[in-house]
Design a protein around this ligand. Structure first.
Ligand code: AMP
Length: 283
């Protein structure tokens, strides 16, 4: 099947309806575009899970707060289409802002607990925006399965919770984080980093590795591991920590003693760029 670009919501719904009636399964990879190898890995995972592979590209205004980078978020549709072409994507769904959020729009999906942790405390309306747009994409594309990256761990947790709570009946698959050879987690926002900032950006991965080493050598005190990680990050110029946290992988509540697999998650500003990363620490 040749790759097709659909911008119209009703056309997308009609396409999915038709395919479902033919008994085909639909896999969806939601993205904000400016695609990289991390996105490609989600697409190849999705390719194994459905007959029809849909990738949505939509920079969702509802998940950006005031003063965040909505206006400057990198966009490159030409390159995105070349990547989706290589990955054998069937449909690229690119709805417009006005189509998804028309005049008078007022319905949002918000979760009670999960957004009260980690990134949610720094970006108060972010997960409401994420849950809302993903719920809308699920209603429009009606996928059987959707793939999300573990790089955005809290986002994946929010989506899994929403799908259970609202009975979407869609299988959610979490895919591992793809990294550059030096360890930096791939992100469209890495595009903002200057050559001078790049070493500081590596401090996120290095601090996760340091934490994993400490836990492997027998350290169980979360505060001690967090302190060592923070110290390492602060040793680089131009870094400002939003949070370094060790928490329960399901509830995201803080963990004091690392006596079971625990999520270490961090957000660090490098210059003007906010980066996140995470890893499961296994005692
Ligand atoms: P974004 O375009 O940044 O909204 O990301 C779209 C999807 O790609 C989300 O499910 C992300 O978690 C996932 N993703 C982003 N970066 C990576 C990466 N480095 N490795 C794996 N998945 C990623």
């Amino acid at each position: 099947m040749k790759i097709e670009i659909i911008s119209d919501i009703e056309e997308m719904q009609a396409f999915s309806d038709g395919r479902r009636r033919q008994g085909q399964t639909i896999a969806l990879v939601p993205t904000m575009g400016f695609l990289h190898a991390g996105h490609s890995s989600l697409m190849s995972r999705a390719r194994q899970s459905g007959d029809i592979l849909v990738v949505s590209i939509f920079v969702n205004p509802a998940q950006f707060g005031p003063g965040e980078d909505f206006a400057t978020y990198p966009r490159n549709m030409k390159n995105d289409l070349s990547i989706t072409g290589e990955e054998g994507v069937d449909i690229v769904f690119t709805p417009g802002d006005k189509a998804l959020y028309p005049e008078g729009y007022e319905t949002y999906v918000s979760l009670t607990n999960l957004p009260e942790h980690l990134c949610g405390t720094f970006r108060p309306a972010h997960f409401r925006g994420v849950a809302t747009v993903v719920a809308k994409l699920f209603n429009i594309v009606t996928p059987h399965v959707a793939i999300f990256g573990q790089k955005d761990y809290q986002q994946l947790a929010v989506i899994r919770r929403m799908v259970r709570d609202l009975n979407f009946g869609i299988q959610i698959i979490g895919a591992p984080t793809v990294r550059d050879p030096d360890g930096l987690a791939m992100s469209s926002r890495n595009n903002y980093l200057t050559a001078r900032e790049r070493p500081a950006a590596l401090s996120l991965y290095r601090s996760l590795m340091k934490a994993a080493q400490l836990v492997q050598s027998g350290v169980r005190d979360a505060a001690r591991v967090i302190h060592a990680a923070a110290e390492l990050i602060q040793s680089y110029a131009d870094t400002k920590i939003d949070y370094v946290s060790i928490c329960d992988p399901d509830t995201l509540d803080d963990v004091k003693t690392i006596d079971r697999p625990s999520l270490m998650a961090l957000a660090v500003r490098v210059g003007k760029t906010r980066l996140i990363d995470n890893m499961i620490l296994k005692p």
